[in-house]
Design a protein around this ligand. Structure first.
Ligand SMILES: C[C@@](CO)(OP(=O)(O)O)[C@H](O)COP(=O)(O)OP(=O)(O)OC[C@H]1O[C@@H](n2ccc(N)nc2=O)[C@H](O)[C@@H]1O
Ligand SMILES: Nc1ncnc2c1ncn2[C@@H]1O[C@H](COP(=O)(O)OP(=O)(O)O)[C@@H](O)[C@H]1O
Length: 282
């Protein structure tokens, strides 16, 4: 296991939803999903400095996100409250993942804060308890704490881990921020895809039920998806958008597709990870 301490960089990887089915709705309005989360090697990076005054400060606030509502600050304060820990920390976030991109960047940042400070403060909260704590911050946080590529159910907190073959993805980033709540709240959203058994799922199976809604409301998402689908029939939107991705047999084929990208479309290549880079941290 990699040794990590206060001087380390702490990665917060992006995820792709390899498919996403809406199979129902809970009484509180939250949607019941089936999805496979895959971690990729595109990351935000966090660093931490110790503080003896007990305060949590974010040294690198994101424009438009007040520090008190930043998921990193909220995660650190939640762990403090949960454990009664009197230590503090200054957080440094190197933000690389787009916001509202469907890559889970904010949720991944929050999960990395929970895992890192639990290690650095030596609060020793078991991982399963950190997952439950993370769920109070957002539906996507538990999977990043969980740390394994996984078939997720419920709102994304019940996991059946999956082994995924190596893959290179081309990810395109339409320059729009898609608000997750608006996509789930759309009246036209199909919420009745029949549930499948996790053991029956194979890579390539399934579709994204949120895609049609996001494409109708954000034409840039539809344009990027249409173009990418002509390069690879595997193209799909991740999460509630905006990013779309396709898997390629090898890196050269993915690079050729990226090079052919029309002016005005931005994208990058990413490799699928076998597990989260902090999967072994305790
Ligand atoms: C769609 C997914 C798929 O992985 O990812 P993203 O596209 O956001 O990355 C997630 O389910 C998103 O998780 P997350 O982004 O953490 O969502 P939250 O903050 O918990 O919820 C934002 C809002 O979306 C709606 N919501 C979210 C999740 C869910 N299963 N049902 C819902 O109806 C709720 O209205 C909620 O208030
Ligand atoms: N550290 C953070 N990084 C990104 N977004 C954050 C963060 N803290 C709070 N947010 C809020 O969460 C929203 C969703 O961000 P993000 O998780 O990156 O997108 P998505 O859920 O589409 O993958 C942002 O629009 C922003 O308002």
């Amino acid at each position: 296991m990699t040794h990590r301490d206060w001087n380390s960089d702490w990665p917060a990887p992006a995820k792709l939803n390899l498919f996403l089915h809406v199979v129902g709705r809970r009484a509180d309005g939250y949607h019941l999903l089936q999805t496979v989360f895959r971690f990729i090697d595109r990351c935000d990076t966090l660093r931490f400095s110790p503080r003896s005054d007990g305060r949590i400060e974010l040294a690198t606030p994101i424009p438009g996100v007040p520090a008190d509502s930043d998921l990193t600050v909220r995660a650190a304060r939640l762990l403090q409250q949960h454990t009664g820990c009197r230590q503090g920390a200054t957080l440094h976030l190197d933000k690389r993942l787009p916001m509202g991109g469907g890559l889970g960047g904010g949720s991944s940042d929050a999960a990395t804060v929970l895992l890192a400070l639990n290690h650095l403060w030596q609060t020793r909260v078991p991982r399963a308890e950190l997952e439950r704590l993370g769920l109070t911050l957002g539906a996507d946080v538990p999977v990043f704490v969980h740390g394994r590529n996984t078939f997720a159910e419920g709102v994304g907190e019940a996991f059946t881990d999956v082994e995924l073959p190596p893959a290179t993805y081309l990810v395109l980033h339409p320059e729009v921020q898609v608000p997750t709540a608006a996509i789930f709240g759309a009246p036209e959203l199909r919420r009745d895809t029949p549930a499948i058994r996790p053991a029956d799922w194979r890579p390539g199976d399934g579709h994204n039920d949120l895609e049609a809604v996001a494409c109708a409301r954000f034409p840039a998402v539809a344009e990027h998806l249409d173009w990418l689908r002509r390069q690879s029939p595997t193209a799909m939107m991740t999460g509630s958008g905006a990013c779309v991705f396709a898997s390629f047999a090898d890196r050269a084929a993915a690079a050729a597709a990226l090079a052919a990208c029309p002016a005005g479309m931005n994208g990058w290549l990413a490799d699928g990870l076998p597990f989260h880079p902090l999967a072994e941290i305790v």
